[in-house]
Design a protein. Sequence first.
Length: 171
Amino acid sequence: MAQVGLFYGTDTGNTERVADMIKDKIGADKVDVYDIASASAADFAKYDKIILGQPTWYYGELQSSWDDFWDDFKSVDFTNKQVACFGLGDQADYAEYFLDAMGLMHDVALENGSIPVGYWSTDGYQFDESKAVTEDGEFFVGLAIDEDQQPEMTAERVDQWVDQIKEEMEF
Ligand SMILES: Cc1cc2nc3c(=O)[nH]c(=O)nc-3n(C[C@H](O)[C@H](O)[C@H](O)COP(=O)(O)O)c2cc1C
């Protein structure tokens, strides 16, 4: 078993692609990747270092397989687990709901005891509202990826963020 568990959900494949990029950058031997559509709450118990990835759909809603898993997710005990989130969204077409689902996911993990890592500057993004930002608006609560408006920035963002969480999580 690897040190890190990565759990993602996707409707149209973008989040899966970013999950693969993260896995490749971390090193495939160090991370186990789960599609949340076929994961169980018990899978989370295996790891102290966890990465969670989710796009936002339909005006601030959870991605469909995360939505199906949500009650189980709320039952996971994250005490002493470091949790890094990443989210996908569209800052122009959904500027009032940018990355909301990442915020909801982060908040459940935090309420259930997680040690959050991987916060990410809001510099370089333009949006109106998001449930995925810190109170001062300076950070997203995880890596923010926009494959619709800024796809050319994704590779560099993933690279930088993985370097950051590698230090924070010590893997
Ligand atoms: C109908 C529709 C609704 C969307 N709603 C939101 C939204 O509320 N907030 C947001 O940030 N992005 C929204 N998006 C953008 C998606 O999150 C984005 O395209 C993402 O990359 C999709 O990821 P996936 O391919 O892993 O499902 C929406 C996209 C579509 C087509």
